[in-house]
Design a protein around this ligand. Structure first.
Ligand SMILES: [Zn+2]
Length: 380
């Protein structure tokens, strides 16, 4: 991965490159950023640059022996750790058991989400973990000499999936890594990381992509025509991964809106037999998507409240969303909006904590049926 392949992020790239040129590299760095931004490709490009044998002023050479191995993510001194699952009859899984699948999916799309990774493993509804065996295995690897380079890089993708035992085992290594060993963690949830870990790391903040960056990326790298690229970029909200998915989806560019509309129809008509199908479907889309759907629902509820006060432009809605909101606004008002928002937020919390999605969404829908019938108080 070359820096040049990653849209935007000019300042972060410059800082990373300078740190290598000046040989002032923090031995443990935490690349932080939102869903679908450049944190993972930046960390990979940084590792490649560090190990490149003919570094240029602004990028790796892309032709030396080290670069060629980085191009397939298979450099022997580039160790990869990521969340894994107890599937395929593997009792104590570690990243090495799934390394070829991870390389495959990241080389295809380095902006991927955890959900994409779960889907690639064919287990959307399971949670992946970085188990303690991983830490033990790494300790053994690090005790050996490097294979070919002066530098060894350990990249940990989604360290928020480490359990406490794993994190504690890694602490000492992160604190005092052997000479020439660098830790790069790539996370999108700072709150879930142990303070004992984060306090030992230099934070590299990475921003969400701008609409212009995503538009240009879709046009030049994915061959999407300008108008469609602009429309998708506006919906994608800085998430290039979402933009890629939307660009591959010909018909339904705003799928969450369609899903939300359908759900509200079921709730408003109290259609219990349809509700069973609906909860069945949503329980299969995976937790990250479920959270995204609920967050989208919250956004629309807020938009309705704002529309009630005639202040429509705050939330940057798409045309289709504006149309829906203007029809749906009469059902959302002072008497039910807070309860609806609370229910949605509670459900997001429960999804994060692995509650059964079928029961969760069924109960949430029953509450929505009740709340949508609450009458608006007439102003005096
Ligand atoms: Zn090179």
């Amino acid at each position: 991965m070359l820096f040049a392949e990653i849209p935007g992020n000019k300042i972060v790239k410059q800082k990373l490159i300078k740190s290598v040129q000046k040989q002032r590299i923090a031995h443990a760095q935490l690349f932080l950023g939102s869903l679908g931004n450049a944190k993972l490709p930046l960390a990979i490009a940084f590792a490649q640059y560090l190990n490149c044998e003919k570094r240029g002023e602004i990028d790796s050479c892309n032709s030396c022996h080290s670069c060629l191995m980085y191009n397939s993510l298979s450099h022997p001194d580039f160790h990869l750790i990521f969340p894994v699952m107890k599937i395929n009859k593997i009792k104590n899984p570690v990243s090495d058991n799934f390394i070829s699948q991870w390389r495959e999916v990241v080389l295809e799309n380095p902006y991927l989400s955890l959900t994409d990774w779960y889907q690639h493993l064919g287990a959307e509804n399971k949670q992946a973990v970085i188990y303690k065996d991983e830490a033990e295995k790494l300790q053994k690897k690090v005790a050996l000499k490097n294979y070919e380079s002066a530098y060894r890089v350990i990249l940990i993708w989604m360290p928020e999936k480490m359990n406490t035992v794993t994190a504690n085992k890694l602490l000492k290594l992160i604190e005092e890594p052997p000479n020439g060993t660098f830790f790069l963690m790539v996370s999108e949830d700072f709150e879930k990381l142990l303070p004992t870990i984060t306090s030992r790391m230099q934070i590299v903040k990475t921003k969400a992509f701008s609409i212009e960056e995503i538009t240009l990326f879709l046009k030049t790298k994915k061959g999407v025509e300008k108008e469609k690229a602009q429309k998708i970029s506006a919906i994608a909200n800085g998430n290039i991964n979402k933009a890629i998915t939307l660009s591959q989806n010909e018909t339904e560019e705003n799928t969450w809106l369609n899903d939300f509309q359908k759900w509200m129809q079921i709730c408003y008509k109290i259609n219990l037999s349809e509700l069973v199908n609906w909860t069945d479907n949503i329980s299969k889309i995976g937790r990250e998507n479920q959270k995204e759907f609920l967050q989208y629902a919250l956004k629309i509820i807020r938009a309705c409240l704002i529309a009630n006060t005639n202040n429509q432009n705050i939330l940057k809605l798409q045309k289709e969303e504006e149309n829906f909101v203007s029809n749906f606004t009469p059902f959302i008002h002072g008497e039910n909006s807070i309860s609806i928002s609370n229910r949605l937020e509670k459900t997001i919390y429960a999804v994060e904590r692995n509650a059964n999605p079928k029961i969760l969404f069924y109960e949430l829908s029953l509450q929505m049926m009740r709340l949508l019938k609450v009458k608006r108080k007439l102003a005096n």
